[in-house]
Every structure is written in structure tokens, then in C-alpha cells.
Write a protein that binds this ligand. Structure first.
Ligand SMILES: [Zn+2]
Length: 327
């Protein structure tokens, strides 16, 4: 028997009649059956995908995990950079305080954060990795702001330094006789303080430093300034006085020759005359004094040119020896 046929008993005609199902009904039945199959398949597939992610999903999850790891790494590196920058800022602040007596950046301004996810609201919607990205971006923002602050602070430092340059050039800071022209054979250089006077043979206050050198050795201005005195002084012989401004003056004595003119503007290192033995002097040398607001101060603190710390210490030791001065 091929196709199954259904028969229905008709009670009116009392015969078996072949059952005929209309085509429309058959169509609906088929549609219903397929609908159930499709819905069931989708439900099953959805369940499978939930339990077993697709290779593409697995790949994406792996990528997100790696990205999070990288962001955390980046976050750590940014933390380090932030520390280095803070250290630079600290040193900058020290320079500001030491040289200019002021702090460059307000600590509150420096440390101010922009505040979590508020600065990146789009990340709040991120389901995965949003926090790591947000924290990193926050650090980048802060670092950028601090770099801008630091850069501005260094500009101020440079401006201030430029203004101080005039003062630094003016202050006596080099020896009045070049190192290579000094007579090292004599070695001792007579310092500031009480010394036996070579002529009077009594303890007398020696208000300057003696630099032994050959007659005719060039004497240089120890800082920028104006020549305020040139001429003869009974004790100092031929002498020159320079006003450097800011309360500082320098005096050069026992010169054999004066080449600077009164009222002349002079630059640091410029020749003003030559070493001699004039006035109350026992050997050719330059007597050098530094005055601050009219009082002689120890010139040793103003002779720091081209000296290594050891050489400077040697010079200080030599000048401190209680020897006889040369004038
Ligand atoms: Zn002297």
C-alpha cells in the first residue's frame, strides 16, 4: 500500500466514504509544523551558544582580557612617569625657593584631579574594560596638565634667571688676576683677617687678599661695574675702585699701571691695570678688597672662578694661614 487513505463512516448514507482534507487545511498544518521546528531550533541554538561560545566570541573575550592587561600595564608606567615629573617639580620648587624665595606651583593646583569617570562619561556604558581605560585616561589627563604647569613654571624660572643675569654678571666672582698668571712659587696668598704687617711688624687687620704676581701682570675687573676711583693712595699706592651695584665695590691696590678711566663702564674680565709694588708693599702683588655696603668682606668667597672644590679648599686653607701679609 502506497499512500495512506483515511475513510469515515457516514451515518446518513450508511457507507464508508473516503476522507478528503482541503488543500488550505493541509497548508496550515504544514506551516504549523515548520514553525514549531524553526522556533525549537532557534531556542536550541541559543542555548548552545550560551553554553558554548563561538570561536569568534572566544577570540573577542581573549582580546578584551589582553587589552585590560595592557591598560593596567600602561597605568603602571604612567604612574612612574608621574613620579618622575613630581620629582622634577620638587627640584624646580627648590630652585624657586632658594634663588627667588617663592614657590612656583600651588600644591593643590598640582595635585588636583579631574575626577574619575566624569571626565570620560562615554566609558560608563562600557561593560568590559571601561574601568581600566578610564583610570588610564585619567592619569594621562593629569600628566598632561602637570606637564603644562611645569613647562610654564620653567618659563618663569628662565624669565627670572634672565633678570638675575645682570646681577650675576655684576657681582665680583672671578679672581682679579688670572690663575695662570699667578706666582705659584710664592704659593701662599695672604688672606683676610689679622696678619703681621710686613712694614709695621704688628698685628693689623688685613682687609683683603694678596695675589702675588710679576710686575706688569694684567689685573682684571672681577665683575661688571663702573670705575669710581683711580689714583694714588698712600697705603695702596696706585689703586682702582669699581662699583658693581647691589651694594658691592672692589678695590685693587699697589698697581704699577692704571689703564681704566674714572667713570668707565667695565665688564667682568676686562683689564683695568697691571700688578705692581707701589705704596706700602714689600713684594709685587695685587691687594684685592671686596666691600659690601661700605664694609670690607672676605674676598675669598668671591673667587670661585674655574676652581674645582679641592682647589677652592686649598685656596681657603692657604688664605687662612696666619702668615705675614704682603702689605
Ligand atoms: Zn694686601
Amino acid at each position: 500500500m502506497g499512500r495512506k487513505e483515511k475513510f469515515v463512516y457516514n451515518i446518513h448514507t450508511l457507507t464508508y466514504e473516503k476522507l478528503v482534507i482541503p488543500f488550505k487545511t493541509r497548508l496550515w498544518q504544514a506551516f504549523g509544523f515548520f514553525s514549531v521546528v524553526v522556533v525549537t531550533s532557534f531556542a536550541l541554538l541559543a542555548l548552545l551558544y550560551t553554553l558554548f561560545p563561538s570561536p569568534r566570541e572566544k577570540e573577542l573575550v581573549r582580546e578584551i582580557e589582553q587589552m585590560e592587561y595592557k591598560y593596567n600595564q600602561l597605568d603602571g608606567q604612567l604612574g612612574m612617569m608621574s613620579k618622575v615629573l613630581s620629582n622634577i617639580q620638587q627640584r624646580d620648587a627648590n630652585v624657586h625657593r632658594a634663588v627667588f624665595g617663592m614657590d612656583p606651583i600651588d600644591a593643590d593646583v598640582w595635585n588636583a584631579g579631574i575626577g574619575g569617570h566624569e571626565s570620560h562619561p562615554e566609558l560608563a556604558a562600557f561593560k568590559y574594560g571601561g574601568e581600566a581605560v578610564g583610570a588610564t585616561l585619567e592619569k594621562v589627563d593629569m600628566l598632561a596638565r602637570q606637564l603644562a604647569l611645569q613647562s610654564k613654571s620653567l618659563d618663569t624660572l628662565q624669565d627670572l634667571a634672565n633678570n638675575q643675569q645682570k646681577m650675576l654678571a655684576s657681582l665680583p666672582s672671578v679672581k682679579p688676576v688670572r690663575e695662570d698668571k699667578l706666582q705659584k712659587s710664592i704659593g701662599t696668598l695672604s688672606g683676610f683677617g689679622y696678619r703681621i704687617h710686613p712694614v709695621y711688624k704688628i698685628r693689623k687687620f688685613h682687609a683683603g687678599l694678596d695675589f702675588p704676581a710679576r710686575v706688569g701682570t694684567a689685573i682684571q675687573a672681577s665683575g661688571d661695574g663702573i670705575i669710581v676711583e683711580t689714583g694714588w693712595h698712600q697705603g695702596y699706592g696706585n689703586c682702582v675702585k669699581i662699583s658693581h651695584g647691589y651694594g658691592y665695590e672692589t678695590l685693587y691696590g699697589h698697581m704699577s699701571k692704571i689703564t681704566a678711566r674714572q667713570g668707565e663702564h667695565i665688564k667682568k674680565g676686562q683689564k683695568i691695570g697691571e700688578v705692581g709694588d707701589t705704596g706700602l708693599s714689600t713684594a709685587p702683588h695685587l691687594h684685592y678688597e671686596v666691600h659690601y655696603k661700605g664694609n670690607p668682606i672676605n674676598p675669598i668667597n668671591f673667587c670661585m672662578d674655574n676652581l674645582t672644590p679641592q682647589e677652592y679648599q686649598q685656596m681657603v686653607n692657604s688664605a687662612n694661614m696666619a702668615n705675614q701679609s704682603l702689605d
